[in-house]
Write a protein that binds this ligand. Structure first.
Ligand code: MG
Length: 389
């Protein structure tokens, strides 16, 4: 099996508000489409992901897909969803996959297990449809009067990704021509292809209206857990005339000794953030033995930790930093240091706290031998270890 996931994201749907097509609007800080791309591109049985976008959305897509693996160059959509799918399928013809999964770019909570069910069904069938039962009683509407009951046992709600043998679905789409169908299973059915039903998932809903985005935010909030990490670091003084704290050079009678720029505050925060997401410590990612980090600005280390957090679909809630020294005096620089931290972390100022203390002349900091820093980071992460399960 060679499988391509074809994500349909060429729609103009702006009903959801904010003036952006809905697939680019964020939920939980991440664009809807990016959530889809992450799930498919991280699935071990998906070889490539092809996205069909609107020609006006190149910049939006570039931003939303930045750093995502396994993506093929985009295809540009047509006037209808059906035309967009066909345009995507045609671009795959040079190197055709055996199977294709066609997914709505507005269903951000598709899971690996749902994708597995569709792929499993494709072992024995030309097409597979994830679906859900209808639980409400269905009636016809007859001019404002309740009409006859429709037998719901014979009905299902269709979702995506809909899976197909590639040869069968591209033939069906080509044959469909200008006939209009509501989804790809309907296109396939018109060509005589039978689709196996597999279990869909309630959370795999489509976001279209503003209330769908509220539901999406609630879903993520219910799935999130709070985690905390702590970090501690010390650097000794050496000869020099400034120290770097939170990325800002502060004049002093000494400098701090270290392999990098010895920014003790950023090192403590980096370790706190890595601790919160279970990713070891700063030395694991940036070994002091590696000459490329000599004199490096420590904001690189912290930015890397933030990237790891985002890769886990996590969010930084807050940082609480304490700098421990007799001198230099931190308080006059506090707001400048906080602003620098907020900038590096990509969060608002209110999420960054900076405190300073002395040790009353006691210990190594009291004797003016160096500076210590400790930090606590609190983050919000999806509850499951594998975020897509
Ligand atoms: Mg250090």
């Amino acid at each position: 099996m060679r499988v391509v996931a074809l994500i349909v994201a060429a729609g103009r749907g702006t009903r959801a508000g904010q003036g952006l097509p809905k697939q680019y609007r964020p939920v939980g800080g991440t664009p809807v489409l990016r959530r889809c791309l992450d799930v498919f591109s991280s699935h071990p049985r998906i070889d490539n992901v092809l996205t069909v976008i609107h020609v006006d959305d190149c910049d939006l897509y570039g931003h939303a897909s930045e750093g995502c693996d396994s993506l093929l160059p985009v295809a540009f959509g047509g006037a209808t969803r059906q035309a967009s799918v066909l345009a995507g399928l045609e671009t795959l013809c040079d190197s055709p996959p055996t199977h294709v999964l066609i997914h709505d770019g507005a269903r951000p909570f598709v899971s690996h297990s749902l994708i597995d069910r569709v792929l499993d069904a494709l072992q024995d069938h030309e097409a597979a449809l994830p679906s859900l039962p209808v639980s409400d009683t269905l009636r016809r509407s007859d001019g404002g009067i309740a009409g006859e009951t429709v037998d719901r046992v014979a009905l299902v709600r269709a979702q995506t990704p809909q899976g197909f043998s590639f040869d069968a679905i591209i033939k069906a789409h080509r044959e469909a021509g200008s006939d209009v169908f509501t989804d790809d299973i309907a296109v396939a059915a018109a060509a005589g292809i039978k689709a196996a039903l597999v279990a869909g998932a309630e959370e795999n809903f489509k976001v279209t209206e503003p209330q769908d985005f509220s539901r999406a935010e609630q879903f993520l909030a219910a799935r999130a857990e709070t985690r905390t990490g702590s970090g501690f670091d010390v650097h000794r003084f050496c000869e020099g005339d400034k120290v770097t704290l939170c990325g800002i050079a502060i004049p002093h009678t000494h400098a701090l000794l270290g392999h990098s720029d010895a920014d003790v505050a950023l090192h403590a925060i980096t370790d706190a953030l890595l601790g919160a997401i279970g990713e070891g410590d700063i030395g694991v990612h940036f070994p002091p033995s590696d000459p490329q980090w000599k004199g490096a600005p420590s904001r690189l280390f912290l930015e890397h930790a933030v990237t790891l957090l985002k890769a886990k679909q996590g969010r930084l809630n807050n940082i609480d930093l304490t700098i421990i020294c007799e001198a230099p005096k931190i308080t006059p620089h506090r707001e400048q240091l906080r602003k620098s931290l907020a900038d590096i972390l990509g969060v608002s100022l209110g999420r960054v706290s900076l405190k300073a203390t002395t040790t009353e002349g006691l210990g190594f900091t009291g004797r003016g031998e160096g500076i210590a820093a400790q930090a606590i980071a609190t983050v919000s992460l999806p509850r499951t270890a594998d975020v897509h399960e």
